[in-house]
Design a protein around this ligand. Structure first.
Ligand SMILES: Nc1ncnc2c1ncn2[C@@H]1O[C@H](COP(=O)(O)OP(=O)(O)OP(=O)(O)O)[C@@H](O)[C@H]1O
Ligand SMILES: [Mg+2]
Length: 361
């Protein structure tokens, strides 16, 4: 086995150990002779397990990458490649930027220094940030619009009531009845658009309290052919939240899943805890993840980008408010809802921080 890098100064070691980039050193036979802790995390293997392992064994399913490494060593030239998908042992595929530098010390044997930065992680943060920004903008428009409608609507309804009292002809009251009825319907819609009008009532809450409540509420609505399956991680600790608001958010998503599967189907409610979660541009030590998975027809790709915007609906009787309201409520808890969908599998993921003392990432 080749000797380890053994940084001579404590400073060099400290730098390598605290870097975000994965640093790997290969000997002239392209066997791994050193990796820093970031590389251990990336490869999901300890230094002891992978030191001395040949590059081919580690990256066997990336022949082009292995070729480039060999050429770099042979021709003594460095290169950087961006956005390359790398298949890792265990079946994981990640996207990375990779810089390869041959090292030729006058007295030593040639070596290859490899620096790897994960870019999919960064992309996810950017995507989540833009999702939040878009959502905030559309929420402001909808709220503004709802406010503008609310007052004149109250006036219209009041005037129709006064008119109704003045009318002696019973047949004309049918018309004022329609005005009042439609004004009430619009009022309900406007109230939903405005969202909750009370501040969150935070208290120590458990995610399973919330999910179980939604399960009981929806079990009664679900047709007999629809199975609701729970897969809970009981170790998730309690966190400060407004349970009523979160029940509303989860309910909106589970109701959509019920509507999507129709008479026959399966809805899975799965909870997990995540360490070091990134939500938007904040990092949290601990977060809870709730997946709501259904085996319905999926969300059409052309609709996918817009489902969290208000008034976007694929149902004839839908108002398109369920998801934006759910996103709003979860955002108020510093969380986020994400979605991915294909025919037969739609997953809505709620991420909620458990430890609120977040640090800027
Ligand atoms: N699990 C799902 N499977 C397939 N399509 C879905 C799913 N969840 C949401 N959708 C699509 O996203 C649209 C928007 O959902 P949203 O809950 O915001 O509004 P809605 O259900 O149409 O109306 P409402 O305001 O009554 O909830 C739905 O109309 C549906 O087309
Ligand atoms: Mg809905």
């Amino acid at each position: 086995m080749s000797p380890s890098l053994a940084p001579e100064s404590a400073l060099a070691r400290r730098l390598l150990e605290n870097m975000n980039a994965a640093v790997l050193l290969f000997d002239q036979e392209l066997r791994l002779s050193y990796l820093n802790p970031a590389a251990e995390v990336l490869l999901a293997a300890s230094s002891r397990q992978v030191r001395g392992v040949a590059l081919k064994e580690m990256l066997g399913s990336n022949p082009e990458l292995i070729d480039s490494f060999q050429r770099a060593l042979k021709n003594n030239h460095s290169f950087t490649e961006r956005d390359i998908p790398v298949s890792l042992p265990g079946g994981r595929t990640i996207t990375v930027d990779c810089t390869v530098t041959p090292i030729n010390e006058p007295k030593g044997k040639p070596e290859l220094l490899v620096e790897i930065m994960r870019v999919d992680h960064h992309r996810r943060i950017v995507r989540e940030e833009s999702l939040l920004a878009q959502h905030n903008a559309s929420r402001a428009v909808v709220r503004g619009l709802a406010h503008e409608i609310k007052n004149p609507l109250g006036g219209l309804r009041g005037a129709a009531q006064l008119l109704e009292r003045e009318l002696s002809d019973e047949s004309l009251k049918e018309y004022t009845g329609i005005i009042i009825g439609e004004a009430d319907r619009l009022q309900t819609l406007v109230n939903r658009m405005l969202g909750p009008n009370t501040l969150p009532q935070q208290r120590l809450t458990n995610i399973h309290q919330i999910v179980e409540r939604v399960r009981t509420l929806t079990a009664a609505e679900a047709p007999p052919g629809v199975q609701i399956i729970c897969d809970y991680d009981p170790s998730i600790p309690d966190f400060m939240a407004d349970p009523d608001q979160l029940i509303q958010a989860v309910l909106n998503i589970v109701r959509n899943a019920l509507q999507a599967v129709g008479q026959q189907g399966k809805i899975q409610l799965r909870t997990r805890s995540i360490r070091q979660a990134t939500i938007g541009h904040h990092r949290y030590k601990l977060a809870v993840r709730l997946d709501i998975i259904d085996n319905g027809p999926g969300i059409p790709p052309e609709m996918m980008e817009n489902i969290f915007f208000p008034m976007v609906t694929g149902r004839p009787d839908g108002t398109g408010l369920g998801l934006p309201i759910a996103q709003d409520l979860v955002n108020q808890h510093h969380g986020l809802i994400e979605c991915r969908s294909e025919p037969g599998k739609t997953v809505f993921t709620l991420l909620l921080p458990i430890e609120t003392n977040h640090e800027q990432s």
